[in-house]
Design a protein around this ligand. Structure first.
Ligand code: GAP
Length: 503
């Protein structure tokens, strides 16, 4: 018994369709929606929180459990304010912004120019788009703000709201959110000012020696962390791609000074392999080397993913030198050194004391969610041609999420064919046997076809139907989400089949 896949349709508004799907099926809701939402803040619903957790767990396992020399921590969001002075975020975590004088709308300069280049590309002017981006990157690298303003004006880049090119000069704005600790007399009181961390990385740096000493870690070793980060993004758009509150999965790998090139290349390869291990085709990813390096890096690149709106940054890999630990040593007046008693072949003596260098891998969990769900989303035309359907042609379609089974929110749906004749009892027994191992879902309402469609839309890889034959021979029909193929299997084999698919 099979349903037929005739064709695939990818409508122009595919991104919009994915956003609607996320809301309709409980993956993602606008935050505080009853008050009309909060810009660039989102809530994960009953399905989204499961999918997000599974992505987080997959990353965590591959970065800690499957590594000999990487451990995880969970540092606080609030950190001593000097942390951000030392890290350079107070002085340097700025983005060049420009305001439109007519609409009073503020734009991040790179986003404004990127949006213009996207328009050029959509109009088939690829070469011109590349030229504009290259010029922007050249000017950004030199912090040449008059040059950037001229680029915007020369290309007649206009405000999406007023439609005019009446721009202010370009200025820097800091992206960190701040609040106050304790009971303050004045909100201007700098002593009480604390920041919501704009990256999780600093929680790792300030704990470098705690972990190294308590865990007796030997260089090279890594510290991984997953947690919330906050940035006051000015142009926050594109759904969960750019949020004001988001989650990062970061790993700092501490190494000997001088070995950074080798480890940087190793981590580039390792991270790309991790992405490919999810079964998403390699051509969906590409590396983009940074021209303008962040204040802490001596080499940096992005792994870009082909999102519905084009190739964009998904993950950053940065060679951060000894910048952060050196800064924390200076500001805290506490040594951040490691004693390396391995023998240096060049001198025949131990490497001795040094501040380690760091390679960082940093991926946004929400961005990874968007990558996974946008790749998984498909609208399929299942219509049967007239010859097969009998007249007239039978039209049918489905929306399916081809999520990797290990990431799917629900692994197995258990569906009794009817609500009577002892079938629910068999289905409930299957639930009892399997739910301790993986997430199952029980449903007896509506026709089997409708129930299959709902499970396809949630990305559930397996549905089992309990029917009258199940009572006689202890078998069920298992239906595979992607192929829609159905086969008869023993109930006793179910757990193994699902577990093998998510191993
Ligand atoms: N510790 C280094 C760091 O934070 P980054 O390139 O600024 O580097 C790393 O951020 C990753 O965090 C990005 O590749 C992206 O996946 C994610 N990210 C950054 N800003 C984000 C935002 N506003 N919304 C969602 N994800 C974001």
């Amino acid at each position: 018994m099979t349903e037929q896949v005739k064709g695939i349709s990818l409508p122009a508004g595919r991104f919009q369709a994915i956003i609607s799907h996320c809301k309709e099926y409980g993956f993602i809701f606008p935050s505080s929606e009853i008050y009309d939402g909060l810009q660039a803040v989102y809530d994960y619903g009953q399905m989204g929180s499961e999918l997000k957790k599974n992505i987080r767990d997959y990353w965590w396992k591959s970065m800690t459990q499957l590594q000999d020399n990487i451990v995880g921590i969970d540092a606080a969001i609030f950190m001593h304010p000097t942390t951000w002075k030392a890290s350079g975020h107070v002085d340097n975590f700025n983005d060049p912004m420009i305001d439109n004088k007519d609409s009073k709308k503020r734009y991040r300069v790179d986003h404004l120019v990127e949006a213009y280049s996207d328009e050029l590309r959509a109009a088939g002017q690829e070469a011109k788009a590349d030229e504009v981006i290259a010029e922007m990157e050249r000017l950004l690298a030199k912090d040449d703000f008059p040059g950037l303003k001229k680029l915007i004006e020369d290309n007649k880049i206009s405000c999406a709201i007023s439609g005019t090119c009446n721009w202010t000069d370009i200025r820097q704005f800091n992206l960190m959110f701040s609040t106050e600790f304790g009971s303050t007399v004045s909100s201007e009181d700098e002593d009480n000012k604390v920041y919501l961390r704009p990256e999780t990385a600093q929680g790792i740096f300030v704990n470098f020696l705690n972990v190294q000493k308590s865990g007796r870690m030997k260089i090279p070793f890594g510290i991984a962390q997953v947690g919330k980060a906050f940035r006051n993004e000015i142009v926050a758009r594109q759904f969960i791609f750019r949020m004001r509150e988001f989650e990062q999965m970061e790993m700092q790998f501490f190494i000997r000074p001088g070995s950074q090139k080798e480890w940087y290349e190793k981590w580039k390869t390792t991270r790309l392999e991790w992405h490919k291990s999810l079964g998403i085709p390699a051509e969906k990813y590409r590396f983009h080397d940074h021209v303008k390096l962040a204040h802490y890096a001596d080499a940096a690149c992005d792994i870009e993913f082909e999102f519905p709106m084009g190739f964009k940054e998904l993950e950053g890999i940065h060679s951060r030198t000894d910048f952060d630990l050196k800064q924390h040593q200076e500001y805290s007046k506490k040594k951040q050194q490691y004693f390396d008693n391995d023998i240096d072949p060049a001198t025949g003596k131990p490497y001795g004391n040094y501040i380690p260098y760091v390679i960082e891998t940093s991926i946004g969990l929400d961005r990874m969610f968007l990558a996974v769900i946008s790749h998984a989303y498909e609208e399929q035309d299942l219509s049967l041609p007239a010859a097969e359907a009998g007249q007239p042609e039978k039209s049918d379609s489905r929306v399916v999420l081809h999520l990797p089974a290990k990431l799917a929110p629900i692994k197995l749906a258990v569906l009794p064919l009817t609500k009577k004749d002892g079938l629910p009892e068999i289905a409930e027994q299957i639930m009892k046997d399997c739910r301790g191992e993986f997430r199952c879902f029980y449903e007896e309402k509506d026709s089997i076809g409708k129930r299959y469609r709902r499970m396809d839309a949630l990305g559930t890889p397996f549905c089992v139907t309990v029917d009258h034959q199940s009572k006689e021979d202890q078998t069920v029909t298992i239906r595979h989400r992607d192929s829609m193929l159905q086969e008869r299997v023993a109930i006793s084999d179910l757990k193994r089949i699902v577990l093998e698919s998510i191993a």
